[in-house]
Design a protein around this ligand. Sequence first.
Ligand SMILES: C[S@@+](CC[C@H](N)C(=O)[O-])C[C@H]1O[C@@H](n2cnc3c(N)ncnc32)[C@H](O)[C@@H]1O
Length: 184
Amino acid sequence: MDFFKKPHIAGAIAASGNELSELITDLADLREARTVVEFGPGTGVFTRVALRKLPRDAFYLAIERDPDFMQKLRAEFRTARLYEDSASSLENHLAENGKKCCDRIISGLPWTIFSEQIQTETLGSAHRSLCDGGIFVTFAYVHSQYMPGGVRFKKLLKETFASVTKSHIAWRNLPPAFVYICRK
Ligand SMILES: C[S@@+](CC[C@H](N)C(=O)[O-])C[C@H]1O[C@@H](n2cnc3c(N)ncnc32)[C@H](O)[C@@H]1O
């Protein structure tokens, strides 16, 4: 099972590469994080790097809606709390684990192909779940920022977060991508 077989679900033709995985996890500033959430881990490329950078006793929760990806994630990441669900259910899963909020959210979701309703619901849930001062990072493909879903998503980010900045471009990624860094 790979991205090539499910591009309509994954919103990508390949998993993110090393350059983007290092960039997004660096920008999430995981060294001081206590509670970290990942949306849409897919094959676990960000998960692998994030777990290496996290403090050992930090709590890591990931939500992936695809059952095939989830089966593989469960086999590899035994210390992470993994939920086969939609990212918009984050508040329930934090509560189940006795957490009021999280410090960081790393998103691998294909925001550009989401409808306006799914973008709004999912980003709203992310924002409500973040502690004050928390950081939300998500990547976007360079070409997709000019597509209608990409333009709408950028506007929504700016309406939702106190601060939104962009990283440099990871040119070696396929396709090239950058990271939005958003603070609550
Ligand atoms: C572009 S892939 C990214 C995977 C990986 N993070 C990477 O960068 O290679 C998007 C992932 O998000 C998952 N996904 C899509 N919509 C979702 C949703 N609403 N909730 C949770 N996961 C979702 C897909 O199944 C897929 O695994």
